[in-house]
Ligand binder design. Structure first.
Ligand code: IMP
Ligand code: MG
Length: 188
């Protein structure tokens, strides 16, 4: 697996330090608010698991899974809910936890859906942001790192479902991406 890596963009230590900082900030902001953390599957589960261990406040956790329709969904922005929330978020403080904001489409439509359920508030914590790829408005209230337009893996992020277990954020060698029928920017 290590032989597939071209470059480590963000080290394990840098991630852990940042996630701790984010968790402490979130804990201060949400004291007495009993937030519902909403993890976006699959990519966000590693970040969410680390983040919530820095929250020394009462909170609950739930997950959603969204899939875009067909190959060209990035452009259509049409999503299908594969797994919906089990929590009724009406009047609750919701914190959406995402691995990365890329085009912004996933987050934009997810926030629309959550807002239609009348929560007390909705904010977003994202580990990574690729602002140069944005196609629709979407922003994180709590952000780990801005990165250039590279397709990255590790710390929950995958390429063709692999590499999620790497403890750092990395770019793969071009020949790994080239071996796939789906170029990285078409992958969900
Ligand atoms: P968006 O809807 O284009 O903002 O894409 C969001 C989703 O695409 C993320 O939650 C990731 O699952 C996936 N994604 C975007 N960029 C990358 C990347 O560089 N590596 C791995 N997954 C990515
Ligand atoms: Mg994701």
């Amino acid at each position: 697996m290590m032989s597939d890596i071209k470059e480590i963009l963000i080290t394990e230590e840098q991630i852990q330090e940042k996630v701790k900082e984010m968790g402490e900030q979130i804990a201060r902001d949400y004291r007495d608010k009993n937030p519902v953390l909403v993890g976006v599957l699959n990519g966000a589960f590693v970040f969410l698991a680390d983040l919530m261990r820095h929250l020394d406040i009462p909170c609950t956790v739930d997950f959603v899974s969204w899939q875009s329709y067909g190959k060209d969904t990035s452009s259509s922005g049409v999503f299908r809910i594969m797994k919906d929330l089990e929590t009724n978020v009406e009047s609750k403080h919701v914190l959406v936890v995402e691995d990365i904001i890329d085009t912004g489409l996933t987050l934009h439509y997810l926030l629309d859906t959550i807002r239609s359920r009348k929560p007390a508030s909705v904010r977003v914590a994202a580990l990574l942001d690729k602002p140069s790829r944005r196609r629709i408005e979407a922003k994180a209230d709590y952000l780990g790192f801005q990165i250039p337009d590279y397709f990255v893996v590790g710390y929950g992020l995958d390429f063709a479902q692999e590499y999620r277990n790497l403890p750092f954020i990395a770019v793969l060698k071009p020949e790994i991406y080239a071996g796939s029928d789906t170029p990285p920017d078409e992958l969900e």
